[in-house]
Every structure is written in C-alpha cells, then in structure tokens.
Design a protein around this ligand. Structure first.
Ligand SMILES: Cc1cc2nc3c(=O)[nH]c(=O)nc-3n(C[C@H](O)[C@H](O)[C@H](O)COP(=O)(O)O)c2cc1C
Ligand code: SF4
Ligand code: SF4
Length: 464
C-alpha cells in the first residue's frame, strides 16, 4: 500500500489533503469532524481582529447542470475573537496530535502586532503559520491581505518580521491578482518564507441582476467586487503553481478548484506537496476526502509509486517555453466512423473556427463489409488538417475523434532552433525548414503555412 503521508517543511501530515482557510475551518467542531472524515490537515479560517460580515456574501456561476462552477465571496476573515480561535486550535491539536493544523494569520502591518500574533499562534500548538497576503476585498482597503501581497517589498518585509520570532515554519499565501505570481513567490522567499501556498481568490463580479441593476451578491441593493474560486479557476491556478515551482525551490501548497483526487494529482505533478480545498468542501461536505484518498492510493499503486511525495513536481520539467516545442510534430484528426452520430459539429467548428479541413459533401458512401452506412460521417482532409484539436474538443461522442500522429520524417525543429539556423544561414527560410506556403487554391488558404509531408531537401534544421 503506498504511503500517502507527506513531509511539508519538516511537518508530517497523514495525507496531502488539507482544508483551505475558509468557512469549513471556522471552528474546532468543524475541523475535528473534518479530521474524523479523513482530511490530513486544515488551515484555520484567517485569525485577526474580528470583523463584521455582510448578508448576503456569496454569488456563483452555474454551467448547465454543474452548480457553483465558480464561487464568488465578499466574506472577510474570522468574525470570532483571536483567543477563542487559538483556544480551539489547542483543543484540536490535543485530540489530533498527528494531523496538521495551520494557523492562518492577518493583522495590521506593524512589526509588534505581527510578533504578538505569531507568538500567540505558536503557543496554541499550531504546526505551521500561513500569512494571508491574499484577501482581495475588504481587508485590502485596510492595508492588509492583497494590499500586502501585491507589493513585493511589503511582502518581503512582513514575512521577515514574522520570521524574526517564528519557531514554526511559515507559509506565505499568495494572491493571484498580480501580473507575475512567481515574482511574489520570490519576494516571500526573500523574506525567508519556508513555503508558499497559492492561490487565494481572484478579483471578480459574478453578475448583475438585470431588473434591480445590483451586482451579485447584493447587500441591500449594492455590491462590491469579491474573490472568485471553485472549479472555474483551476486551470489558472495550475499554471500559477507550475510557474512558481519553476522559479523558487521551497515547498508549495496548491489551491484553486480542487474537488477530486485527479485535480489533486495534477497540482502535485506540477509541484505542490500538499493541496488545499475550500469550495468543493463547502459544496459537497467533508466526505469528499474519502474518494480523494482512495483515488490517490489507487493511482500511486497503478503507477508503481511507493509514496505520495514521489509524484511532487514530476511534470514540472515538461512545462517548457513555447519556443522549444517541436514545430515538425504533426497530428491529424481521425474520425471513428462507427461511433460518429453525424451531428456535424466538427464540420461547423472546423469550417468557421479552424481551417476548413472537414468536408460533408465528400462523405464516404458506405462500408458494406461491416454493414454500416457511413454517409453521415464527415471526411477529414488530412493533408490540410493542422492538428489544432478543435473538432475533437467539440465532438459530443467520447473517443469518436482522436488525433493521430503522422510521421513526417523531419527531425525535431523548434522556433528557437529555426531562429538559430537563420542566424547561421540567413537564406534559411520556412520553405527550407520543410514548410510550404499555400498560395494555390482553395483561395481561403492563401498565404498560410502548412508542414510539408516530404523531408526538407536541404535539411536546414537543427542539423543544418
Ligand atoms: C467563502 C470563502 C471564504 C474564504 N476565506 C478565506 C480566509 O479567511 N482566508 C484565506 O486565506 N482564504 C480564504 N478563502 C480562500 C480559500 O482559502 C482558497 O484560497 C480559495 O477559495 C481557492 O480554493 P477553492 O477553489 O478550493 O475554493 C475563502 C474562500 C471562500 C470561498
Ligand atoms: S484538428 Fe483542427 S484543422 Fe484538423 S480537422 Fe480538426 S478542427 Fe480542422
Ligand atoms: S462531431 Fe463527432 S459525432 Fe458529430 S459528426 Fe463530427 S465526428 Fe461525428
């Protein structure tokens, strides 16, 4: 049985699945029930000077039958006194000494105030501290949260204040509302952060009521921008985690749209040691962790990994600069005629949104050997297909269109290699590198480039 436990900055957690700071980690009652359900750790709802929240405070986007595809909130940090939260952390640690409890902190940007809260949080027995430099609303107007996390110098300064007194490892939670989150990770590291977590929520307004003109969620007819999270933000969060993992060499706790074991594994492959979940726990409850544990266990076993730690960062080297990708790699769309239902969605997508490589006026007439009439199946002009994938993405039948690799016989050639070859040999052109300009008919292809099937006769590529 693979070992699911992780080592995060020297702290052992029974598994990588942590609840993120938010409503599910508001009280000891909730965190203890979460640990009983199987969560390996919990980041407490951010502790600081208690605030007053509004009603309502959540808004969401549904996608057809998927409710809460994206969740927006204008909630602030904990509305409970600091000493109550810290007393409850101590109770949880007493009952669950081997689970990971992280105290999330946000206080005024004053050195003594940070020193004081760090000492008190550590006295409660918290295993790690997470500095919330990310709240995009409400707290930033008070000079906290994103107001700190968007200015590298402030982030470095406050982290270093914390590190002056902290005995436990310090995680800096990053806001995605910046131009380059990796730059902010460097700022945190410069302040001696032991780890970073990302992402916090994205600045957003999820909608406007067309009758009352009020944004959602509305507070007595008015609203404010809030923080967006849930499944909709996962791709952006994944990119941010991978970019941070390529830039700094400290542990990462990955957050953003994680709802099942597959999402969690993706974050881990891109560099996260632990993963944090908020929206999915709010939507489906603590029980989702059972499937996450089982799924991760099976995945590790199937792939022959002994420990969850073995997959951390495994995909990081595969995220490359676009300029290094092989321009001579070619794939084309292939339609499985027996699965095709003749809906023509692929034809429409390729005709209007791609490269006009699918024909419906030249369909195969039928395959009598298998007794199947194929006249409903569109025809892919493989020679013209640029392998963009769009038809496969829109096809409603699973596995009906697949992208097949074509052996062009040409060696690997990236844009950088092409530039290099051109530098060495100025006459090296796109044609020399094995491409042809489509100046012939049909008219709509005029001027665009397609890889030639035949080998470049002058071999003006990496080897030229
Ligand atoms: C209602 C709500 C309240 C939140 N409160 C906090 C908070 O107090 N401190 C914090 O660091 N993050 C807070 N977050 C952000 C989450 O911890 C997390 O970073 C974000 O929701 C992305 O994860 P998800 O897509 O799994 O929800 C909150 C999120 C939500 C939805
Ligand atoms: S992969 Fe792109 S270009 Fe090729 S047939 Fe499909 S939509 Fe058209
Ligand atoms: S989208 Fe898929 S099912 Fe529809 S016609 Fe194209 S290949 Fe057939």
């Amino acid at each position: 049985m693979p070992d699911l436990s992780i080592n995060f900055c020297g702290i052992r957690s029974p598994n990588p699945f942590w609840l993120a700071s938010g409503p599910p980690t508001n009280t000891a009652y909730q965190v203890m029930r979460a640990f009983d359900a199987g969560w390996g750790g919990a980041v407490w709802k951010t502790i600081g000077e208690p605030i007053i929240n509004t009603a309502s405070r959540y808004g969401s986007i549904d996608l057809k039958n998927e409710r809460m595809m994206g969740l927006n909130n204008i909630e602030l940090i904990s509305d409970r006194p600091v000493d109550v939260n810290l007393r409850e952390i101590a109770e949880v640690k007493k009952r669950f000494p081997h689970h990971t409890v992280v105290a999330s902190l946000m206080v005024e940007s004053k050195r003594e105030t940070w020193h004081d809260i760090v000492r008190r949080a550590e006295d409660s027995g918290a295993d790690l501290l997470e500095l919330n430099f990310g709240c995009p609303h409400g707290m930033s107007e008070r000079g906290m949260g994103a107001a700190v996390g968007q200015v590298p110098e402030y982030a470095t300064m406050i982290t270093s204040w914390v590190k002056e007194v902290a005995k436990t490892p310090v995680i800096v939670k990053l806001t995605p509302n910046v131009t380059d989150i990796a730059h902010m990770a460097v700022a945190a590291k410069n302040g001696n952060a032991d780890a970073v977590s990302l992402v916090n929520t994205f600045n957003s307004i999820v909608g406007v009521d067309l009758d009352s003109y009020a944004p959602r969620p509305a507070v007595a007819g008015r609203g404010s921008h809030g923080g967006y999270c849930g499944p909709a933000v996962k791709p952006i969060a994944l990119h941010m985690v991978s970019s941070v993992a390529k830039t700094v060499d400290i542990p990462i706790s990955g957050i953003g749209g994680i709802g099942n074991w597959r999402d969690a594994v993706e974050f881990m492959l891109l560099g996260a040691t632990s993963v944090q979940v908020c929206t999915a726990a709010m939507h489906y409850g603590f029980r989702i962790v059972r499937d996450m544990i089982e799924g991760l266990e099976n995945y590790l076993e199937d792939k022959g990994f002994a420990s969850a730690m073995d997959i951390v960062g495994k995909s990081t080297p595969r995220i490359d600069d676009w300029g290094n990708l092989d321009l001579n790699y070619k794939i084309v769309a292939k339609i499985d005629a027996e699965k095709c239902i003749g809906c023509n969605l692929c034809y429409i997508a390729c005709e209007d949104g791609a490269h006009q490589c699918i024909r419906v006026d030249e369909r195969p007439s039928g395959d009598l050997r298998h007794g199947v009439d194929l006249r409903h199946v569109p025809l892919v002009l493989e020679d013209e297909c640029v392998g963009c994938n769009l038809c496969a993405l829109v096809c409603p039948v699973p596995g009906c269109i697949h992208m097949a690799e074509i052996d062009t016989g040409r060696p690997h050639m990236s844009w950088k290699q092409l530039q290099e070859a051109r530098g060495k040999s100025p006459q090296c052109s796109m044609e020399d590198a094995g491409w042809r300009r489509l100046d012939e008919t049909p008219k709509c292809f005029e001027g665009s480039w397609r890889p030639r099937r035949s080998r470049c006769h002058r071999r003006l590529t990496r080897t030229c």
